[in-house]
Design a protein. Sequence first.
Length: 423
Amino acid sequence: MKKPFLLIMMLALMGLALAAPISGIDKAQAMTLEEAIAQTPTGTDPGQIDPTAEPGFLGIPGAPQPNLVYGFLWAIWVGWIFSTVGAFGGIMAGVGHITIFGLADYAKSFGKGSPMNTLVTDSIRVSNQWLVGMSGLISSTNYYRMGRLVAPLGMCLAIGGVGGSWLIPALTAGKVSLRDYIGYFGLIVLLLGIMLIRETMPSGMAKKKKAKEAAAAFEKQVKAGGATNDGVKVLEGSWTVMLIALALVVASALWANLASGMKVVAYALAVAGWIATFFAGTIRFTFYGVEFSFKAFIPMLGGIFIAALASFLGIGGGFLFVPFLTSVAGLPMFLVAGTSALVVLVGMIVSIFSYMVGKGVLVYWGFIGAELVGIFVGSMIGPRTSKYIPDIWLKRLFVLLAFYVGIRYTTKGFLGYSILPPF
């Protein structure tokens, strides 16, 4: 599995270096920080900018000044939770940026439709994605080395996800208010938490016999102190077709960025990649002696929907990939985190460049740099500690976080206040 995984990473890095899709929208249309400040009333009241105040977030006078040490420490938690359950990295990054560091209230103080509200909101989106993308890179590499990453499944999800992750930013950047962003963000997470409760019940667990058997075998090996790095073994599946399909969708993103016209070619390449997945056939693999199989096109279709929604919300999408991988693919949680991390990585690379290069969205590099160091630390720890947490408790941890985050942001977005701390 080594060569295919390296090819996947190479395609992802191609996207990192080149994929800045703009989908026919000129970057010149993006408002600069100076223009946003010029269009904002001056003064010392909320919703105004005091030119004499000390620069804060993004260099905006009077903006909040996030503490670098707190950012580093919070990012360790973000990296750990994402690399442990394969989800909630972007959500927890959002909790930090939106709530702990006060960026949401600051953005909303300018009012809906304000250029400054738009600029800060889009910056929060991309900042979340930088943290999740880094965690995805570190996590997927670690899990691959441990034999706990299903590369073919991750590829198929990524093939579907690339189109959604570069198309949606072109349609929504600067057009979604922060309040709407928070409300829908919370509602979707809450619904997913409710759905996954069933899988933690005896009746739900009984329907996942293969996942339960594989998890038990892995846990037994861990308790015995034996080697646990020879888990996933791919038995069947066309690597050639999957790599071609992935290359086509990456090429679609490159075309959307590099070509000044004929954008229909970008869409054609993406669709061609999606269609090619139907010819990849059935993927079969084993994990500690238990065999799993799936049709390649099923996760591809799921990836289209998941990446589009995740990009719209400005998060990594792990909280959507995890239910898909457990409920649809039937995997044990020990395989979910690494596979989810690989898919999220590909999607984040394309989405970040869609916003930053295609839309000119800004990030606060001094603060993000400190957070990325914390992400690295947390993402190195997570894969090494998760093997000691029973499969059922990993899932329960996911459900617990889903309820907390879902309730908090649903009420914050639609009621205007949170019923859970921090208020």
